[in-house]
Every structure is written in structure tokens, then in C-alpha cells.
Write a protein that binds this ligand. Structure first.
Ligand SMILES: Cc1cc2nc3c(=O)[nH]c(=O)nc-3n(C[C@H](O)[C@H](O)[C@H](O)COP(=O)(O)OP(=O)(O)OC[C@H]3O[C@@H](n4cnc5c(N)ncnc54)[C@H](O)[C@@H]3O)c2cc1C
Length: 335
């Protein structure tokens, strides 16, 4: 049987070399399942209301808990929590893809010097010999992990070996959030941590453009850097009108060019949408973009580069200049 990194670092019960769960949202059970695969002692740091900390403790995990003050973002505690977690020298950090969880995980990973992997599905410990005794090596065993992670909308599962320490981001399915309370024979303790937030919220107002329309849309037309100028956005708007579609874009169109509101970009760091039809125009199909359209029933694409990644996931594709294809599509739709 292989020894886990926790076993390799210290006696059972010692936290050093163990696994830490980072919790800031309701999807923590999926992350806990992954962490338990590590066969190390699992502890948790929870930023949120007391019932969240209690639920994690009820699953048998000792909890270090911070309750954000009114209007204080969970991320404001990232620095303080990272210091606490790093002091335990964890071999594994696990959290969800929730934005606050990612910030907390990233801060702790940076302090510990952990590698970061996204899309983790499971992890198992392996022990790697650093050199054979008598063969010039030390005969020591270095802790390491084998991780399976889902990529490209779950179409590909990659297996990765990594030495400890390692930080894993776990994608959470809706059913993980709905699961009832986990219980354990010996619930963990909840240890409150008094930490000063590093940031405060001054005001909370609705954004100029509510996202509801995009997330509920049956048809979405999105455009990317293939559109050459801001004036040309009108052409894509005409296509969206002809299809009765909501308009969306890739991240650089909103972030770098500012041609659409940031609430309109789709992808890992933007909106996750599930329309019946997603039509991408002049979007290359970077993995980070495709993460936002996993739920789309049908994907169609217009791109001049036949090798563009978007065509790997598209059900229908037109290889050509969007300035020719889109006007032709509009004409056909208006007939
Ligand atoms: C941590 C991280 C998170 C990220 N999160 C996101 C995210 O959430 N969402 C997101 O979108 N991106 C995200 N990105 C950026 C992502 O990696 C890509 O850089 C981005 O999606 C590319 O945008 P694009 O497809 O519009 O541009 P490009 O990749 O430049 O593609 C432009 C496409 O237009 C085509 N084209 C050019 N001219 C024409 C024409 N006349 N007719 C037809 N086709 C034409 C080209 O062939 C090309 O395929 C993230 C990156 C990182 C590192």
C-alpha cells in the first residue's frame, strides 16, 4: 500500500502534511470527497456563517472558522487564513471553483508554495522514491499525488502526477449543493478565528446591466476578437436581433476593449450559460471560454480559421470571413 503524504510527514494525528479544505460556499461536499481521497487527516478553514462551519464539522472535520462582518467580502480574510493554513504545512489544499474559495485557496497555495490544478475529480496519494539507497540517492520517499482532472467540458480526463504540496480546484455540480447535511460519528470542533478583514464593502448596488437575460436566454450570439472595430458590433447585434438572441462576448472584448459590459462575457471567469443554441462569431474557443458554454445544447461557430478550437466542440460550423458570413445569415433569417 502506498503511503500518503500525511503519513510521510509526521505521526498520525499531526496536521503537518495533512489536507486542508477551503470552504466559502455551499459546494464544499464535493471538495471534501476529493480531499478524503488523499487518505490524510482533513482539516477545514471556513469563511461564512456559523451554520456553514457547523455543517462541515458535522462531517467529521475540525474547522477553523471566520464569520465575515456585515458587508465584508469573504476574500478580505484570505491573507489571515492563508497564514494560519500555511503554518500547518499542508501537503494538499482543496477548494471549489467558487470565486471566494478560489481566492482563499490561491492565497494559501502561494504561501505554501503549492502547485495549482483546476478541474480536479479525485486525488490519490503516491510515494515517490527520490533515490535508491546505495545507488547514490538517499532512499528517501517524497510525498506526491496522482490527480484526475476533467478538461474541455468533461470531454477529456487528464491524469497528472505532482509532488506535494498541491492545491486543487474542484468543479461543483448542482447536486453537490443540494445534498443534505453530512454527518459523522465524531463531529469536528469549530475553532473561531478572530481575524481583521483586509477590505470592507462600501456599497452594494445593482449593476447597470442585470445578467438575468443572458443566463435565461434560449439563444445566445457571442462575438470575439474576430470583430475588428466597435462600429462592427452593430453587425453582430443585427444577427442577434434576427435570431431573437441575447448578445454575449469573449472576455477580451469586454475586459480589454470595453465593447460590452463585463456582465456579458462568457467563460470560466465570466457567465456560465445554458442556451439551446450558442452561436460564436470570431471566437477561437479557448478552454477558458468554453467552460462558460458547457450547458449549451447546440454550439454553432463562424470563424475564418478552420483549425480554430471552437470547431472541435461545434455541432455546426462555417469556415469563412464573418464579414461575409454574418450578412448572408441575416439575409437568410429575414427571408
Ligand atoms: C485565467 C484565465 C481566465 C480566462 N477566462 C476567460 C473567460 O472567462 N472567458 C473568455 O472568453 N476568455 C477567458 N480567458 C481568455 C482566453 O484564454 C482567450 O484569450 C480568449 O477567450 C480569446 O478570446 P477570442 O476568442 O475573442 O480571441 P482570439 O483567441 O484572438 O480569437 C479570435 C478568433 O477570430 C477569428 N477571426 C479573426 N478575424 C476573423 C474574420 N474576419 N472572420 C471570422 N473569424 C475571424 C480568428 O481566426 C480567431 O479564431 C481567460 C484566460 C485566463 C488566463
Amino acid at each position: 500500500m502506498s503511503a500518503g503524504p500525511g503519513d510521510a510527514r509526521g505521526p498520525a494525528g499531526a496536521r503537518e502534511g495533512g489536507a486542508w479544505l477551503v470552504v466559502a460556499d455551499a459546494g464544499w461536499r464535493a471538495a471534501l470527497r476529493v480531499a478524503r481521497g488523499a487518505r490524510s487527516e482533513v482539516s477545514a478553514v471556513v469563511v461564512g456563517p456559523r451554520p456553514l462551519a457547523d455543517a462541515v464539522a458535522a462531517a467529521g472535520v475540525p474547522v477553523l472558522w471566520v464569520e465575515p462582518g456585515t458587508g465584508t467580502p469573504a476574500e478580505a480574510y484570505a491573507g489571515a487564513l492563508a497564514v494560519q493554513v500555511a503554518a500547518e504545512q499542508p501537503a494538499l489544499l482543496v477548494g471549489t471553483g467558487h470565486p471566494a474559495s478560489r481566492v482563499l485557496l490561491g492565497a494559501a497555495a502561494a504561501l505554501v508554495g503549492a502547485r495549482l490544478l483546476t478541474g480536479a475529480v479525485d486525488v490519490v496519494p503516491v510515494a515517490v522514491a527520490t533515490g535508491a539507497a546505495g545507488g547514490g540517492g538517499t532512499g528517501a520517499v517524497a510525498p506526491a499525488w496522482t490527480v484526475r482532472r476533467a478538461l474541455l467540458d468533461g470531454a477529456v480526463v487528464e491524469t497528472v502526477d505532482s509532488p506535494a504540496p498541491l492545491a486543487l480546484v474542484v468543479d461543483v455540480a448542482a447536486e453537490d449543493e443540494d445534498e443534505g447535511a453530512a454527518t459523522a460519528l465524531s463531529p469536528g470542533t469549530v475553532r473561531p478565528l478572530a481575524a481583521a478583514p483586509a477590505a470592507m464593502t462600501l456599497s452594494t448596488v445593482p449593476s447597470a446591466e442585470p445578467a438575468g437575460g443572458l443566463e435565461d436566454a434560449r439563444v445566445v450570439v457571442a462575438f470575439g476578437r474576430g470583430v475588428r472595430s466597435r462600429d462592427d458590433v452593430a453587425l453582430i447585434e443585427r444577427l442577434a436581433d434576427a435570431l431573437g438572441a441575447e448578445l454575449a462576448c469573449s472576455m477580451p472584448v469586454a475586459d480589454d476593449r470595453g465593447w460590452l459590459d463585463r456582465s456579458r462575457y462568457v467563460g470560466r471567469s465570466g457567465r456560465h450559460i445554458a442556451p439551446r443554441l450558442y452561436l460564436a462569431v470570431g471566437i477561437s474557443g479557448a478552454p477558458q471560454h468554453l467552460e462558460g458554454v458547457r450547458g449549451a445544447k447546440v454550439v454553432a461557430a463562424v470563424d475564418q480559421d478552420r483549425a480554430a478550437r471552437i470547431f472541435r466542440v461545434a455541432d455546426y460550423g462555417a469556415v469563412g470571413d464573418l464579414y461575409e458570413v454574418v450578412p448572408a445569415l441575416i439575409t437568410a433569417l429575414q427571408r
